[in-house]
Design a protein around this ligand. Structure first.
Ligand SMILES: [Zn+2]
Length: 519
């Protein structure tokens, strides 16, 4: 069955123009395969006329089989004054051997006069010639009308003439582009309506997020009759980025209730978003709508209490529909419900009627008041709950420790000594490190590994320091958050003290103790 809205992915072309995004050919192929499996309808792989890497991508992509998506090569209309058949950039589009070719051309009189510096008629000829030439070579041709909305506002008659030039030459789609990303949804809807009423071929939309309306503008255009939307995974792209497909796809499916990608793919949306971030080496943004880790995270006590009774009370949709999940955050805003849900999540048997609940909540609020933070320190929170419920014995204690630093003419050396008590045994270890915390971590781990060899697998993956009440200068409190991993799971722990070494030791010891608790 044909979808009501087609999804055109340009992560590999427009997305790669985003700051900090750089894909190798192998990266692009992996992303293309993932997008194909997910079920987008078109994958724009690059601009063969702009760089050899994109030529190489098409050479390799051509040997692969795509099940759902059609590959598109991207380029521009022919140069002014050059016959289309002798334009190198257009020739490279054919050599990419894709079933679809997308070309952009100028809509705006301003760009024709000031940027292209050609006559309005020459621009119309450039559009018509290029579309016709590609159609003559049996391509499915998508015409991207650049600066479409700004151009229409400036000179509606000329804008319309450019779209009609593409249509007359046989374009299969006219895609209206808000290239500078500065239009409002009302303008997008009104101009889309004009295009839909004046053109016989189908109309698509391509938006940018410069004023935070990339997705809203795409939806406005779809409501006004467009049937094809272009965008990028996670909204990568020039400046503030493109229309974010990981937002617009679920909006189309769940809010507009129109078909786009296969229904069975929607629960894989978060995974797709994370996958592409991973390949791009970008941190997955927790505040991304729909797919971010905070998208269904509840913090305020009243919210958590209500969600416990009725999930729809503070959730616009079931998070599982897009592969996300509900989480509960623990903070000084927390109520009993936060603690109960979080404790259950961490594996404790606890209900709203557990008598120790009040003591746990009070302890959390007291410690948060001292500067502890448990939102990212589930490990420390689990230990706190465990201690209050008296569910377990303390596996080890740090009896004494000593950290020293010296510097000679060539280098500085940090050394740490720790004494650990495990039952009746005391282990003593010394370690050197790149800094005091690194040395302490080494000594602590070596001492504990003598009784608990499996702690050798635990590694420190992140270390964050925040100075609290910084008005007091060097006497201020320091909060240390560390992230640890045993290769399979990750957990966070926290320490707070005026002394950064002491705060670090608390977080390190919590991390080891939590690793033992997990089994
Ligand atoms: Zn764009």
């Amino acid at each position: 069955m044909k979808p009501q809205v087609e999804i055109y992915d340009t992560t590999l072309r427009d997305g790669s123009q985003g700051e900090g995004i750089n894909f190798s050919v192998a990266d692009k192929l992996r992303i293309a395969e993932k997008l194909d499996a997910f079920g987008v309808h078109y994958i724009e792989g690059g601009w063969p006329g702009s760089n050899p890497k994109d030529i190489e991508f098409y050479a390799q992509a051509r040997r692969r089989k795509f099940k759902n998506a059609r590959l598109a090569a991207f380029g521009s209309t022919r140069k002014k004054g050059v016959p289309v058949e002798s334009d190198d950039q257009v020739r490279l589009l054919l050599e990419a051997e894709t079933p679809v070719v997308t070309i952009f051309g100028k809509t705006s009189m301003l760009h024709v006069k000031e940027v292209l510096r050609c006559t309005p008629d020459e621009n119309l000829a450039m559009i018509g010639d290029t579309v016709r030439f590609l159609k003559d070579h049996d391509k499915f041709v998508i015409y991207d009308a650049e600066h479409c909305f700004d151009g229409y506002k400036l000179d509606p008659e000329y804008a319309l003439a450019t779209w009609q030039a593409a249509e007359k030459a046989g374009a299969d789609f006219i895609v209206l582009c808000d290239t500078n990303g500065g239009c409002l949804p009302d303008e997008i809807a009104a101009i889309t309506k004009v295009a839909v009423s004046k053109l016989n071929c189908k109309v698509g939309i391509h938006t940018h997020d410069d004023i935070g309306l990339g997705v809203a503008n795409a939806l406005a255009s779809l409501a006004a009759g467009a049937v094809h939307v272009q965008g990028t995974i996670n909204g990568y792209g020039e400046r503030t980025g493109n229309c974010n497909l990981t937002s617009v796809i679920p909006c189309i499916a769940f809010k507009l209730k129109k078909s786009c990608v296969p229904a069975k793919s929607l629960p894989k949306l978060k995974e797709l978003s994370q996958f592409v971030d991973e390949i791009a080496n970008m941190r997955h943004s927790p505040r991304q709508p729909w797919v971010g880790s905070s998208a269904f995270a509840h913090k305020g006590g009243a919210h958590v209490n209500a969600v416990q009774k009725l999930t729809t009370s503070y959730e616009h949709i079931d998070p599982a529909l897009v592969g996300n999940r509900r989480t509960v955050l623990i903070s000084d805003l927390a109520g009993r419900s936060n603690i109960v849900i979080k404790a259950q999540e961490l594996g404790f048997k606890i209900t709203n009627d557990t008598p120790e609940l009040k003591a746990i909540l009070n302890r959390v609020k007291e410690l948060e008041n001292q500067g502890y933070e448990y939102e990212a320190a589930e490990g420390s929170l689990a230990l706190l709950i465990g201690k209050t419920l008296r569910h377990r014995k303390v596996p080890f204690t740090v009896e004494t420790y000593h950290v020293s630093m010296r510097r000679d003419s060539r280098e500085s050396i940090c050394e740490a000594t720790v004494h650990i008590r495990v039952g009746k045994t005391v282990h003593h270890e010394v370690a050197e490190g790149d800094g005091p915390v690194n040395a302490l971590d080494g000594a602590l781990r070596a001492a504990l590994a003598r009784s608990f060899p499996r702690l050798k697998k635990v590694t420190l993956t992140d270390y964050k320091v925040r100075i609290l009440d910084s008005g007091t200068g060097t006497a201020a409190k320091t909060r240390v958050l560390i992230q640890s991993s045993d290769g399979q799971h990750e957990w966070g722990t926290v320490g707070v003290n005026e002394n950064i070494i002491e705060a670090s030791l608390q977080a390190l010891a919590d991390s080891m103790e939590y690793a033992l608790l997990r089994k």
